[in-house]
Design a binder for this molecule. Structure first.
Ligand code: SF4
Ligand code: SF4
Length: 442
C-alpha cells in the first residue's frame, strides 16, 4: 500500500514502524473472511482491511482520533486471526497497538466510558483489588438487569454478570517462593502467577507447580512480578503497561542472575503473547531493551515447556473426550497450535475439534465488558460449535476464554495444565466427570 508520510512524521519511531506495516498491506482483503467482527457485523470498517485504512488516514494526516475511528478500533478484539490469514505478513498487532495508544492520547471518551476504563485499569491488574471487587460484585449482581437497560452502563452489567458467584481463597502458590523439584532436578523455571488468573482460578498455578516439580523442574515464583501489562496495553494505556513490563523484566532478570532460568513459564496465553512482545514494546528504552528481549526469548507457554520434557507414562488414563478450544492468543498470537492437542492425546484424552476454531470466543481481555453485545454473539457461536462436538469437557489455555465460555455453557471447562497434572499423578480437577476414569494398567 502506498503511504504518504513526511520525513518529520517518520522521525517518530512509532510512526516509522506503522508506516512499514502499512506498506506491507496489499489490500487483498483475504483477512476479512476470518475476522470475527467482519463475520458478525458485515461492515468493511469492522474488518482488518477497513481498520488499516482508518489508521492510515488518521496517522498520515496527523489527526486526533475521531468517533468513527474509535468505534471501529474499539470493536477489534485484537484476536490476530487476520495475522494468521494475511499472505503478506502484515503485523496488524503492532499497528493496532499504536492506534490504541494514539486514541488514548488524542480522544476524549464519554464520561461513563472513561470511568469504566479507569475502574478496569485500577482493579483487574491487581489481585487484591480484583478479589475485593469480585466480592462486591456479588452484592451488585441483582442490579445487572437495571444497568443493562441504560446504554452507558452496559459494561457495568457485563462486569457483574461475568463475576463468579464465589471467589476462591488466595493460594499460597501466588506468594514468592522456590518450589523444589521432587524428582532428580532437570530444569529451573520461573512462573508468572499473573493477576486475574490467580484470583479467578488459583488451581491453575497450583497444578502447574505440582506437574513441573513432579517432572523434576524447580519452579520459582519471583518476588516483584505482577500483571504482564496486556490488559492495560490493549486499552492503549501505554505507560501503565510498560511499567508492568519493566517490573516483570526486573523480577525475572534477578532470577536469571541468581540461579539461571531455562524458561519463564506462562499459563495464560494472553499474557504469553504480550511477554513474548516485551522486546518490541521496550525497544526504545535503552535501560531495558536488551533485558526485555532476553525475557521475551525465555517466555514459553506451559505446553511448549512441558512438550520439551521427557514425559513418563500417564498415571491415570482418563478416557474422556475433550473439546480443545485454542485461544486466539495461543493460535494466532503465539502460533501454538498442535502442542496442547498432542499433550492431551498423549495423556489419554480423546480430542474433539470444534468447527470454526479460528474464531474468537469474544473474551479478549476486557472486550467482554466493554463490547458486551458483540462478545455475547461470538460466545454463543463458540459455545454452539463446542457443544456440537458432544465432548465431555472443554480444555483451553487462557483464563479469559475459560470465564467467557463458562458464562454460556454448562460443560466443565478446565485449563489444559490441570488435565495434564491429573493424568500424570495429580488430583482430578473440580467438575470433571469421573465416569470413564480407568486406572492405568500396572
Ligand atoms: S490479508 Fe494482509 S495484505 Fe491482504 S488486506 Fe488483509 S492485512 Fe492487507
Ligand atoms: S485482530 Fe481480530 S477482530 Fe481485529 S481486525 Fe484482526 S481479525 Fe478482526
Amino acid at each position: 500500500m502506498q503511504t504518504n508520510f513526511s520525513l518529520a512524521q517518520l522521525a517518530d519511531p512509532h510512526v516509522a514502524e506503522s508506516e512499514k506495516i502499512l506498506r506491507s498491506c496489499v489490500h487483498c482483503g483475504f483477512c476479512t473472511a476470518t475476522c470475527p467482527t467482519y463475520v458478525t457485523l458485515g461492515n468493511e470498517l469492522d474488518s482488518p482491511r477497513g481498520r488499516i485504512y482508518l489508521i492510515k488516514d488518521m496517522l498520515e494526516n496527523d489527526r486526533p482520533a475521531d468517533e468513527t475511528v474509535v468505534t471501529h478500533i474499539d470493536r477489534c478484539l485484537s484476536c490476530l486471526s487476520c495475522m494468521t490469514t494475511c499472505p503478506s505478513g502484515v503485523h496488524y498487532m503492532h499497528l493496532v497497538d499504536h492506534a490504541r495508544a494514539h486514541i488514548e492520547k488524542t480522544y476524549r471518551r464519554p464520561l461513563m466510558d472513561r470511568l469504566v476504563r479507569r475502574l478496569l485499569a485500577a482493579t483487574l491488574p491487581y489481585p487484591d483489588r480484583m478479589r475485593a471487587s469480585l466480592k462486591l460484585a456479588g452484592f451488585g449482581r441483582a442490579f445487572a438487569g437495571l444497568f443493562r437497560a441504560v446504554p452507558g452502563l452496559k459494561p457495568l452489567a457485563a462486569m457483574l454478570e461475568l463475576a463468579p458467584k464465589s471467589v476462591p481463597a488466595a493460594s499460597d502458590v501466588s506468594r514468592p517462593a522456590v518450589h523444589e523439584a521432587s524428582a532428580g532436578k532437570r530444569g529451573r523455571v520461573a512462573i508468572l502467577t499473573g493477576c486475574a488468573q490467580s484470583v479467578l482460578d488459583p488451581g491453575i498455578n497450583e497444578a502447574t507447580v505440582r506437574l513441573l516439580t513432579r517432572l523434576g523442574v524447580e519452579v520459582v515464583v519471583p518476588a516483584g512480578e505482577g500483571c504482564c501489562g496486556a490488559l492495560t496495553h490493549h486499552m492503549g494505556r501505554e505507560e501503565q503497561a510498560l511499567d508492568f513490563a519493566r517490573a516483570n523484566v526486573d523480577a525475572w532478570m534477578r532470577e536469571v542472575d541468581k540461579g539461571g532460568l531455562d524458561a519463564i513459564v506462562i499459563t495464560a496465553s494472553g499474557c504469553g503473547t504480550t511477554i513474548k512482545d516485551y522486546g518490541f514494546m521496550l525497544r526504545l528504552d535503552p535501560a531495558y531493551a536488551e533485558k526485555a528481549a532476553r525475557v521475551s526469548g525465555l517466555a514459553k507457554d506451559v505446553t511448549e515447556y512441558v512438550a520439551g520434557l521427557d514425559l513418563p507414562e500417564p498415571a491415570v488414563r482418563p478416557g474422556l473426550s475433550v473439546a480443545y478450544h485454542s485461544a486466539c492468543s495461543m493460535q494466532h498470537g503465539q502460533k501454538i497450535t498442535s502442542l496442547p492437542k498432542m499433550l492431551l492425546q498423549g495423556a489419554g484424552f480423546m480430542l474433539r475439534e470444534p468447527r470454526e476454531g479460528h474464531l474468537c470466543c469474544g473474551s479478549a481481555g476486557t472486550y467482554n465488558i466493554l463490547q458486551p453485545e458483540i462478545s455475547a454473539k461470538l460466545r454463543d457461536r463458540k459455545v454452539a460449535n463446542i457443544e456440537a462436538t458432544g465432548a465431555d469437557l472443554v480444555a483451553t489455555g487462557n483464563i479469559g476464554c475459560m470465564t467467557q465460555i463458562a458464562s454460556g455453557s454448562s460443560l466443565p471447562i478446565v485449563h489444559t495444565v490441570a488435565l495434564l497434572d491429573w493424568a500424570y499423578g495429580g488430583p482430578k480437577p473440580a467438575g470433571v466427570p469421573e465416569a470413564r476414569v480407568m486406572e492405568a494398567a500396572e
